[in-house]
Design a protein around this ligand. Structure first.
Ligand code: ASP
Length: 454
């Protein structure tokens, strides 16, 4: 039998109304056997996610303080209890025990960092209990599979845990369970028995790992948009949803500012060629975006990603071109400063390195001094406020003239291209333009490359 893993994100399970939509989705296809759920997200009643409230309780108000919000730990505690009380009442399930256990958990005294992760995991933990109970109430036979019970083992990297391989064997026994299996996302258990959470958005990862372990026929990732758009629809309201993308394309799009879903979630699905379908809980009839290993492109450029607030470092030194290891030494300095770097356009005696400007904040002079001391260049410049625009598409390979069309579109708007870099797989290229021109440039590229087609 076909088996589908579905993951429902925070907005899909934010309140009873949303959970009822999830129920209809499950009822519509009984192959949807494994259901991974997030903690309740934001809704009209609460403008914060339950997970953020939970971090705030664990950190006695400092989680929100660091985001310049004034919500105390106690207020967060009340918000979480109220959220689950509303869920239970509005779904009409019996949940006194759930509320009692939740309240006890949130009063537990634990050392750091275990406390943080244990508290953060409670949103998924109790939401799964609520949802499984509701499924049974409305006639969908359901069993709960908690990570601590099924051997979902993760590393001890608190707040950034990784799945340990034995997990795949352990959870493959889920196939023996009957009915629809509800699994809380975002956390696992360490060998020592502590709860540890993945990085934020980590329920996607749980879904991907379950899909891999069960060798699922499909991984459905249910969210609140119709899929992956060609371009940010806030800028181009009539941008279309991309029907099919390869793993490689989504990777290029998501690493460049497309906030799609947790990349780690894809890695194992890719190994087993499990397609991932990004779908909208609020509009389940639309097909969404299907991510696959291979596809035959009908278009040249499938989407354009955007990354704002980029800086580039420019270093020039006579003879650098013949100095073995010059670029390596420069990159080593960036590493020492903990700066993630993106592109490296180079020429004979000059190199530039592209990175997020926020990563350098406050260290500009230190970086320049270090480069001067270690590499003794003739010139160092730091340039800010660049936006990288990156057209992506496997149809671009072996297609002449794509960059010509793109650069002509910018020329017609009198926009200067400050950086150009072509991805080595020839399925993407990157233009850096000044922030001031970014919106106009993106629109022009969209018109020329996506709307008109090539
Ligand atoms: N609830 C967690 C978060 O808000 C994990 C998730 O929703 O995927 O990051």
């Amino acid at each position: 039998m076909e088996s589908i893993v579905c993951k429902f994100g925070g907005s899909s399970v934010a309140n009873a109304k949303q959970i009822k939509k999830v129920t209809e989705i499950i009822k519509a296809n009984l192959n949807r056997k494994y259901v991974v759920v997030s903690a309740p997200g934001k809704d009209e009643q609460d403008s914060e996610k339950v997970t953020d409230h939970l971090f705030n309780i664990a950190k006695a108000g400092n989680h929100f303080k660091s985001k310049k919000k004034n919500i105390t730990g106690e207020e967060s505690y009340n918000a979480v209890i109220q959220k689950f009380t509303r869920l239970i009442n509005d779904l009409g399930i019996d949940g006194e025990d759930i509320l009692q256990d939740l309240s006890n958990d949130l009063k537990k005294i634990l050392p750091d960092p275990q406390k943080n992760d244990f508290f953060a995991s409670r949103g998924e933990h109790y939401n799964a209990k609520v949802i499984s109970r509701y499924f049974n109430k409305v006639g969908i036979a359901s069993e709960l599979a908690l990570p601590e019970d099924i051997g979902f083992i993760v590393s001890e990297d608190f707040n950034n845990a990784k799945v340990v391989p034995v997990t795949y064997k352990n959870i493959s026994s889920l196939s023996e369970k009957s009915g629809v299996i509800v699994i809380p996302g975002y956390y696992g258990i360490t060998e020592k028995g502590d709860i540890a959470v993945f990085s934020r958005g980590g329920s996607d990862l749980t879904g991907g790992e379950v899909a891999y372990a069960m060798n699922a026929s499909l991984y459905e990732n249910w969210t609140d948009t119709d899929g992956v758009f060609q371009i940010d629809p806030r800028l181009i309201p009539d941008a279309e949803v991309i029907p099919r993308l390869t793993y490689k394309e989504i990777r290029l799009l998501s690493s460049k500012g497309f906030n799609v879903f947790h990349f780690d979630a894809m890695v194992n699905c890719k190994k087993r060629h499990i397609p991932i379908n990004i779908k909208n809980t609020n509009n389940p009839a639309t097909p969404g975006t299907l991510i696959v290993s291979e596809r035959i492109p009908e278009e040249t450029v499938v989407g354009i990603a955007r990354l704002d607030d980029i800086a580039y470092l420019y270093v020039e030194k006579d003879g650098a071109g013949e100095t073995i290891g010059f670029v390596n030494d420069l990159l080593r300095i960036m590493k020492d400063f903990g700066i993630e770097t993106y592109h490296y356009p180079t020429d004979k005696d000059d190199v530039s390195i592209i990175f997020k400007q926020a990563d350098l904040k406050g260290y500009e002079d230190d970086l320049k001094d270090t480069i001067q001391a270690r590499l003794n260049p003739d010139n160092i410049e730091l340039n800010y406020n660049i936006t990288m625009l990156s057209p992506v598409g496997i149809g671009m390979k072996d297609q002449p003239g794509v960059i010509a069309v793109a650069s002509t579109a910018l020329k017609e708007k009198n926009i200067n291209i400050e950086i150009i870099d072509q991805g080595p797989a020839q399925i993407s290229f990157h233009f850096g333009v000044h922030k001031y021109h970014a919106d106009m440039a993106l629109k022009a590229l969209y018109e020329a490359l996506c709307r008109k087609g090539l």
